[in-house]
Design a protein around this ligand. Structure first.
Ligand code: FAD
Ligand code: PYC
Length: 413
C-alpha cells in the first residue's frame, strides 16, 4: 500500500490540483450570481456545475473565500436532531461528508468521533430519550447511555456523583464528527473553479436589482452585474441582503464565540456537549481543544471576543474536566449567528422571483454545507425546492409550520 501510494504520487502526468485558478475578469453578465463564498455558496456553485451543467456562475464575496463563519466554526457534524425533517436533512449531509475528500480530491480531515450530549437533569434526560427515539426510527445511530458506558466512551470525563453538576446519562450519537472547515471551503472552491465557475473575492454586493418582482442583477463594489438568477448564501448577513432585495426575514443576528487551547497529546476522542452547562469541546487533529459556549446575550453585528464569555466557559468546562485548569487558551474569536425562531434554517424561494435564499444558519450550518449546497443547486436549476428542503421554506413562519429544533441545539443558546 505505501509503495502504491508513492507510485500514484510520482505517476507521470499527475498534476497537483490544489490551487485555485487565477481570478478571471469580472464580466457584466452571468446566468447565476451566488452571493457569499462561504462553504454554502461554494458548495452550491460546485453542485450547479456538477449536477446541472450550469457553469456560467459568479460567486461574489465581500471578503475572502471561506473567511466568514465557515472559518470561525467549531466543525461539529451530527444528525441527532429532534424533528424528522431535521434528522433526514442532516443525515443526508453526513452521507455526503463521508465521501467528500474523495469526491473533491481534497482531504477535509473528516473524523468520526462520536458525539455525547450530557444530561444533568431529568428534563434533559427526557429530551434526549425523545431525540434517541426519533433518530432510531429514521435509521440514525443515537442511543441513551448510562454512567458505566459513559466512563468507557470518555474516560477523562468527571463522573463524580458529588460534583457540582452531576451527570445522569448522555445521548450517544456514533456518527458525530469533526472536519477541517477551511478545507471544505477550499475543496469546493477548487472543484467548482475547475468546472468553470468564477470566484470573485473583494466584491461586495451593495444592491439587488429587480424588475416587475423578478431579479435582474446585482450592484457590487466593482460595478453592476446582470444575471438571470441569484442565490444569497451570506450566513450572518442574511437580513441585510434580504432587505436589499425588498423583503424581511424572521432573524436576529447575535455573536457566537469560540476558542482553542494549546495542543495536547490526544486524550479526548468523542465530542462532548453539555446543553445545560452551555459548553462543548472536541480535540482537533492538531491536539488543540476546540471549545465553545452560548451565543452572546444580545443582538449585535460585532466579531469581538470578550473576557466575560471566556470566564463563563471556564467554570463549567473545569467542572467536566478539572485537570484542564493549567491549560492555556491560545486563540478566541467570534462569528455571527443568524438565529431563527425555531432554530431551523430557511432554504428555498423568496418573494422575489428567481432570487433564492440559503439562510438562518445560526449556530448549526457547517454540518449542512454539502446537503444544502446540493439541494440549493437543485432549487436554483429547476426553480423548485426538492422535498428534503421543502419544509424549511420561508413561508412556514406565517403558516405556523415551524420546525422546533431548540432542544437539539448544541448548547442552550
Ligand atoms: P459564511 O461562511 O459566513 O459565508 C458567507 C459569506 O458571505 C462570507 O464570506 C461573507 O464575507 C459573505 N458576504 C456577506 N455579505 C456579503 C455581501 N454584501 N456581498 C458579498 N459577500 C457577502 N455549525 C455547525 O454545524 N457546527 C458547529 O460546530 C458550528 N460551530 C460554530 C461556532 C461558531 C463560533 C460560529 C460563529 C458558528 C458555528 N457554526 C457551527 C455555524 C456555522 O459556522 C455557519 O452556520 C456556517 O459556517 C454558515 O456557512 P455559510 O457558507 O452560509 O456562511
Ligand atoms: O450544531 O453541533 C452544533 C454546534 C456545536 C457548536 C455550535 N454548533
Amino acid at each position: 500500500m505505501p509503495l502504491g501510494l508513492i507510485g500514484h504520487g510520482l505517476r507521470a502526468g499527475r498534476r497537483p490540483r490544489r490551487a485555485l485558478p487565477p481570478e478571471a475578469r469580472l464580466r457584466p453578465r452571468y446566468d447565476v450570481a451566488i452571493i457569499g463564498a462561504g462553504g454554502h455558496g461554494l458548495a452550491a456553485a460546485y453542485y450547479l456545475a456538477r449536477d446541472h451543467g450550469i457553469t456560467d456562475v459568479a460567486v461574489l464575496d465581500k471578503g475572502w473565500l471561506g473567511g466568514g463563519n465557515t472559518a470561525r466554526n467549531t466543525t461539529i457534524v451530527r444528525s441527532n436532531y429532534l424533528t424528522p425533517e431535521g434528522v433526514r436533512f442532516y443525515d443526508e449531509s453526513i452521507r455526503l461528508f463521508r465521501g467528500l475528500s474523495g469526491e473533491l480530491d481534497f482531504n477535509i480531515l473528516y473524523s468520526e468521533r462520536g458525539h455525547l450530549t450530557l444530561a444533568h437533569t431529568d428534563a434533559a434526560l427526557r429530551t434526549m430519550r425523545w431525540r434517541a427515539e426519533v433518530n432510531k426510527h429514521l435509521g440514525v445511530e443515537s442511543e441513551m447511555v448510562g454512567l458505566d458506558e459513559l466512563a468507557r466512551l470518555c474516560p477523562p470525563l468527571n463522573l463524580d456523583r458529588g460534583a457540582r453538576f452531576p451527570i445522569l446519562g448522555a445521548l450517544h450519537h456514533k456518527p458525530g464528527a469533526i472536519a477541517r472547515h477551511d478545507a471544505v471551503a477550499w475543496g469546493y472552491a477548487i472543484a467548482a473553479a475547475r468546472r468553470g465557475v468564477e470566484i470573485h473575492q473583494n466584491t461586495e454586493v451593495t444592491g439587488i436589482l429587480t424588475e416587475k418582482g423578478r431579479v435582474t442583477g446585482v450592484e457590487t463594489s466593482r460595478g453592476r452585474i446582470a444575471c438571470g438568477k441569484v442565490l444569497q448564501a451570506v450566513a450572518g448577513s442574511s437580513s441585510l441582503l434580504a432587505a436589499m432585495a425588498g423583503f424581511r426575514l424572521p432573524i436576529q443576528t447575535v455573536p457566537l464565540q469560540a476558542c482553542v487551547t494549546e495542543p495536547l497529546k490526544p486524550f479526548l476522542d468523542p465530542i462532548v456537549v453539555s446543553g445545560s452547562l452551555h459548553v462543548y469541546v472536541s480535540q482537533s487533529a492538531r491536539g488543540e481543544l476546540v471549545m465553545g459556549g452560548p451565543t452572546d446575550p444580545y443582538a449585535l453585528y460585532s466579531q469581538r471576543s470578550t473576557l466575560e464569555w471566556k470566564e463563563g466557559l471556564a467554570a463549567p468546562m473545569l467542572a467536566l474536566f478539572p485537570f484542564l485548569a493549567e491549560v492555556r487558551v491560545l486563540r478566541q474569536w467570534a462569528g455571527l449567528a443568524d438565529m431563527t425562531p425555531d432554530f431551523s434554517p430557511i432554504m428555498g424561494l423568496t418573494p422575489v422571483q428567481n432570487y433564492y435564499i440559503d439562510a438562518g444558519w445560526g449556530t448549526w450550518g457547517f454540518k449542512a454545507t454539502p446537503v444544502c449546497g446540493k439541494r440549493m443547486a437543485e432549487t436554483v436549476a429547476t426553480g423548485k425546492p426538492p422535498s428534503p428542503i421543502a419544509p424549511f421554506d420561508l413561508g412556514r413562519f406565517a403558516a405556523f409550520r415551524q420546525l422546533g429544533e431548540r432542544g437539539a441545539a448544541s448548547v442552550g443558546h
